[in-house]
Design a protein around this ligand. Structure first.
Ligand code: SAM
Length: 330
């Protein structure tokens, strides 16, 4: 086993695999209304190519957790089969999907039967009109149905990820938490990051973890969870004495790069060692040129070694990566 170690002693064990850069929502903080120039389909890894790289990661590189993302992973036709083949690897990794839940009501059972461990659903509001304002689509009730189907299929604990936008839904944190508590979903708020395609992110306008917690504390008593956090990005708090918790992923104001254990594979076969990395390492070209598993594993190890100590958002020289979150894999 070759560990995916970097020069700062961190070892990646959590692989985020983007299966497509396409999405059926147009969240204002992610994509422009007209969408983006999608990746040419011939650049996209085939199902067999994706599974081959995941197999190398699990069998040779110590990856123990595989999370499928995008774009929107549920729009990838081969998703259930890719999950089935990933879950059948030895040693079997934990598998999860980060999704907007559109269509999840139809696929949750098939995903569970394929061996998926759980889902993370993105939902920023529990008001249908705010949902439309943020996503530019009128699909709130589909997300609600998708969440319920995931829970009924045993894909739990179902986690909900929410981003707060100033002047749009920043006053809605307590009601989103209440809604999730009533349904047994584990809610985490994510600070907005400079990864939007439009480069519209503004540090001063961003809703901070401190503001999110203050807003929640207007209605709930929050006590830091004593459970060790490990490499988890979310700081967790017991709500009203627990056992329910709420998390805050403060990537910008309280970065957790020192304990990062993540690595990303884009839908076109590039290894990205940090969400904010400006360099990518191309595995697709080598794979299609006939490289063996050992060579691909070595290339992957080399790609990780150069991981920077931190994302550098607060550095005056910070530059957003060329590709947006939807193309890297959120
Ligand atoms: N389509 C899937 C979904 O909605 O979960 C997976 C991809 S999406 C890019 C993954 C997560 O990234 C979502 O929770 C979304 O809200 C979040 N996201 C997108 N742009 C973001 C940004 N600029 N800052 C913080 N989170 C962002």
């Amino acid at each position: 086993m070759l560990p995916l170690a970097d020069d700062y002693g961190r070892v990646a064990t959590d692989l985020r695999v983007s299966l497509t850069d396409r999405c059926n929502l147009r969240c204002t903080y992610c994509m422009p209304p007209e969408g983006l120039d999608w990746m040419p389909l011939e650049s996209q890894l085939t199902d067999d190519e994706v599974v081959r790289l995941i197999t190398i990661a699990v069998e040779r590189l110590g990856i123990t957790e595989v999370r499928f993302t995008g774009g929107e992973p549920l729009v990838r036709r081969g998703l259930v089969d890719i999950v089935r083949r990933t879950a059948a690897l030895d040693p079997a990794p934990e598998t999860s999907v980060t999704t907007n839940a559109l269509g999840l009501a139809r696929t949750a059972t098939a995903l569970a039967e394929a061996g998926l461990t759980r889902v993370n659903v993105s939902l920023d509001t529990v008001r249908a009109d705010t949902f439309h304002e943020i996503t530019r689509r009128d699909r709130f009730h589909d997300v609600v149905a998708g969440l319920a189907a995931a829970q009924a299929a045993g894909l739990g604990p179902v986690k909900v990820n929410a981003v707060l936008l100033r002047g749009v839904n920043d006053d809605q944190a307590p009601e989103v938490l209440e809604w999730c508590l009533e349904r047994g979903y584990e809610l985490r708020f994510i600070e907005q990051m400079p990864l939007d395609a439009q480069h519209g992110w503004d540090r001063a306008a961003m809703v901070t973890a401190d503001e999110i917690l203050a807003s929640l504390e207007s209605r709930f008593v929050l006590v830091p969870d004593e459970e060790p956090r490990g490499s988890a990005p979310a700081e967790r708090f017991l709500v009203d004495g627990g056992p329910a918790t709420v998390g805050v992923i403060a990537s910008v104001t309280r970065p957790f790069c020192g304990s990062c254990d993540r690595v990303r594979l884009t839908a076109d076969g590039q290894v990205v060692n940090c969400l904010f990395a400006r360099e990518e390492s191309d595995l697709r070209t080598a794979l299609r040129a006939g490289a063996g598993d050992e060579e691909l594993a070595q290339r992957w190890v080399a790609a990780m070694a150069t991981k920077k100590p931190g994302h550098g958002i607060d550095d005056p020289t910070f530059l957003q990566p060329d590709r947006p979150m939807s193309a890297i894999g959120g």
